[in-house]
Design a protein around this ligand. Structure first.
Ligand code: ADP
Length: 811
């Protein structure tokens, strides 16, 4: 390889020299250079900083949490950036499209930007000779029909010479090419896979080309990475996916790292982090990179606000609003809401542009659009609008809000502050959420925003998959802006009566929305518990109630909720949603089982849930990235909660350290029924500590330790502690490296226990001799139903033999 490196004038593509031979080497190298310098120029700065300063992506990029979608079953490992295009988690080998999905502000565009830059710097993705980045926002501006070659060269990088040869290279070597499409949810047309365009020279609308590329009817073999918000990808597209990667924002250490990178002054960084630790609701919000960025950007405001430190997403956006305005304020030191009065005109004009954009699925605006809304150069200078990177075909300047959530925030400000909006705007915005869940458009809202009628047709009448989430985000901000603590500020800027009317409308909509969800709860099957499986809209309503900070609505809503079990699995619940959930659920009348499996609760989320754990009789937190620290905080609280009886913590990041806290819980709570700790990192040491608690507990019925590493020593400790248990019904030590010594110890429970019905020892290393202990013990036990022993160290003859001796041994 070394000699090739020296000999070839193609430093980048030398590993692929057998491929390159067929193309015109120099030509390709030249094009590659041009493409990579264009990609580098586009990706080296972060656009959110455009209004204030140029920040290099290399300086602030912070690792984000990437997970595989659960369709990649069985793979539970943290992913790094290159795994996005790597083979890990592949569910469909025939497909070439990887979807990266995440909520607005979770860092999708930045992640792609990072991949682009690393490729251009030759620091990653070196297997790809050419990388073509697209933004769906930009593609929306392309109204011509194009063929694939034109799409690549006109939208990404124009080859100075020999286009045909370069395109032929792409056709011949698709596996050396990478395309990225950012923001598929913003594409004006929804995905369909019926329109086939197979020929690379055939022209078609760009969205049709895009769909054909994703499906692989065009340029099969080219790897595509597509980003989108989660709700926007339907089953039609899912079947063309190689895999789906979920973007979960920053981890707690990511927040720390980001804040330190953002502030060159380490003392400031330390103060910001300290204030986040003191306000865990805000810390929860900072898992979202866009919020973390705002909080860091507004560190002065943050550090000076003391007790009144932001709690809600609306508080955080108001902080940046104030930050930008005060930067440009004529009267420095304007206190209270004075800054808003001073800049009200700007707010309303930007708000009008934002809300028109939201109702017509438009995020990129022309100079004429700005003019129509009365936006001046001075307004633009405030920094909320930045120049779009997506150049329109006419090359005229285009603008977009710093981030789509900022656009939603301005739309919400407009709805709250403008006297022009129709009386039905607020109810329509909230009612629409029910409609949008079934996929209908927002035409009715459009009709209620009179300014939208005067657009002169420049904003198109399309709806995109991003529209429903944008309306939801806007409605959440409307709730926040109308909260008790903010509404007084608006009364100086608009009619008090109008604000009060909007407050009543939101209150009514939220109550009605909650009741609608409750009415949809199916009647329980006789003998079974009444269970509610929350729909995404339910979590959104809860977040709106939290933003409004109206415990009255929460109390009222919860007084009508009659369920035994509340299921919120796979609902994208992170720390910030936990804060909102606890705010509302703490008012539930009778104890419930709260099932939060397969979310991203984490330790910060656990802490946020504490205010509502007293209403939980069981808490299911499987697969939630919780560590020993989360368990320490949780057990310290639940030990005092009379109702609390069951916990499931399967597949988290627990080690022996957490068994100390759990053991304490077992000792203290003599009503505790079920403890499931499967698939963590508990060893014999942890099992020994757990045994201390088990020995002193007289209520536990179910104990699951599947997939840990307790070994014989751990099994002996557990068996010793439970030998005389009168409560234990079910015990699982599956996959724990338990051998004959463990089996021998466990036979003690089998012999003595009057309560145990099932013992699970599948996937261990017990031999025939170990099974003998169990056979002998079972002779003394008539009520025990089964001992599961599949996948141990027995030959098939031995299995047949012992099954005949003891039919309760199950293989
Ligand atoms: P999305 O595309 O999911 O809406 P973005 O990528 O636009 O989110 O992120 C919003 C903002 O959050 C970015 O402009 C940047 O300021 C910040 N951000 C996102 N991801 C990162 C990251 N990995 N490192 C540093 N900052 C980030």
């Amino acid at each position: 390889v070394k000699t090739c490196e020296v000999a070839l004038p193609l430093p980048w593509i030398h590993p692929l020299r057998e491929v390159v031979k067929h193309a015109n080497d120099l030509l390709l190298v030249r094009y590659q250079k041009k493409l990579s310098s264009s990609v580098s120029a586009q990706s080296c700065f972060l656009s959110t900083y455009g209004g204030t300063s140029h920040v290099s992506l290399d300086d602030v990029f912070t690792e984000v949490q990437l997970e595989l979608h659960h369709s990649s079953s069985g793979v539970h490992q943290p992913l790094d950036l290159e795994d996005v295009v790597g083979s890990v988690g592949t569910v469909n080998k025939d497909a070439d499209t990887v979807l990266v999905s995440g909520e607005a502000g979770s860092g999708k565009s930045t992640l792609l930007q990072r991949l682009h830059l690393l490729w251009a710097q030759r620091a990653a993705l070196r297997d790809f000779v050419l990388l073509f980045p697209f933004s769906c926002r930009g593609l929306n501006l392309e109204h011509r029909e194009l063929c694939v070659q034109e799409l690549l060269f006109q939208h990404c990088c124009w080859p100075d010479r020999e286009q045909e040869e370069i395109f032929q290279f792409i056709l011949d070597h698709p596996h050396l090419i990478l395309f990225t499409f950012d923001g598929l949810d913003e594409l004006k047309e929804g995905f369909v896979d019926e329109l086939r365009v197979c020929c690379p020279t055939q022209r078609a609308p760009v969205h049709v080309l895009l769909f054909n590329l994703i499906q692989g009817t065009q340029l099969k073999g080219v790897m595509k990475v597509v980003t989108s918000r989660p709700g926007a990808v339907g089953p039609g597209l899912k079947k063309h996916l190689r895999k789906e990667v979920l973007l979960k924002g920053f981890s707690p250490s990511g927040i720390d790292c980001f804040v330190r990178k953002h502030h060159s002054d380490s003392a400031v960084a330390a103060k910001v982090l300290e204030s986040l630790q003191a306000n865990t609701a805000l810390l929860g919000l900072c898992h979202s990179p866009v919020l973390c960025w705002i909080v860091s950007q507004c560190h002065k405001e943050l550090l000076s606000c003391g007790e009144g430190s932001p709690q809600t997403v609306t508080d955080v956006y108001l902080m940046i609003l104030q930050h930008f305005f005060q930067h440009h304020s004529t009267s420095k030191g304007t206190t209270g809401a004075g800054w808003l009065q001073e800049h009200l005109r700007t707010v309303l004009h930007l708000g009008q542009l934002a809300s028109e954009g939201i109702t017509s699925s438009c995020c990129v605006f022309s100079g004429a659009d700005l003019e129509t809304c009365g936006i001046t150069e001075k307004d633009v200078c405030m920094g909320f609008l930045v120049q779009s990177k997506d150049v329109s075909p006419g090359n005229s300047k285009r603008y977009e809000f710093l981030h789509v959530t900022m656009q939603c925030f301005f739309a919400a400000l407009y709805i709250v502050l403008s006297g022009d909006t129709d009386c039905s705007t607020v109810p329509k915005l909230f009612e629409l959420q029910d409609v949008t869940e079934t996929g209908l458009s927002s035409t009715c809202l459009r009709a209620c925003l009179p300014s939208a009628d005067q657009q002169g047709g420049h904003l198109e009448e399309h709806t995109t998959a991003a529209e429903a989430p944008n309306l939801q985000i806007t409605a959440t901000f409307v709730s926040g802006l109308l909260s008790q603590r903010h509404k007084r500020s608006w009364q100086r800027c608009c009619s008090k009566a109008a604000v009060e009317r909007k407050v009543r409308q939101v209150t009514r909509c939220l109550s009605k929305g909650m009741q609608k969800h409750f009415r949809s709860i199916p009647r329980p099957v006789p003998g079974e518990k009444k269970s509610m499986h929350a729909m995404p809209g339910f979590v959104w309503l809860i977040k709106c109630i939290y933003e409004m900070q109206e415990s009255r609505i929460a109390k009222d809503a919860m007084s009508k909720l009659e369920v035994d079990h509340l299921k919120l699995t796979y609902c994208n619940i992170g720390p910030m949603e936990c804060t909102a959930l606890a705010y509302v659920l703490q008012h539930i009348k009778s104890p419930v089982g709260l099932q939060l499996d397969n979310n991203s609760v984490g330790d910060v989320g656990v802490e946020q849930l504490l205010p509502c754990v007293h209403v939980c009789n069981s808490l299911y937190l499987r697969n939630n990235n919780i560590t020993d620290e989360g368990i320490r905080r949780l057990t310290a609280k639940v030990v005092h909660c009379d109702n609390f009886q069951k916990i499931a913590l399967f597949n988290n990041r627990l080690t022996d350290a957490s068994t100390l806290h759990i053991s304490h819980l077992l000792k203290a709570k003599q009503s505790f029924l079920s403890l499931r700790l499967g698939n963590n990192n508990i060893t014999a040491e942890g099992a020994k500590r757990l045994a201390e608690g088990l020995r002193r507990n007289h209520s536990l019925k179910f104990l699951g330790l599947w997939g840990n590493k307790i070994g014989d020593a751990g099994a002996e400790a557990i068996a010793g502690a439970l030998e005389n248990s009168k409560s234990l019904v079910w015990l699982s030590l599956v996959g724990n490296g338990v051998g004959n010594a463990g089996a021998r110890a466990l036979s003690g429970i089998v012999r003595n226990s009057l309560s145990l019905e099932e013992l699970w020892l599948t996937q261990n290393c017990i031999t025939r001799a170990g099974v003998e202990y169990l056979i002998q013990a079972l002779k003394h036990n008539t009520h025990m139903k089964s001992v599961w022993l599949k996948n141990n160290d027995l030959s098939s003859e031995e299995v047949e033999e012992v099954k005949l001796i003891e039919p309760r041994l199950i293989f």
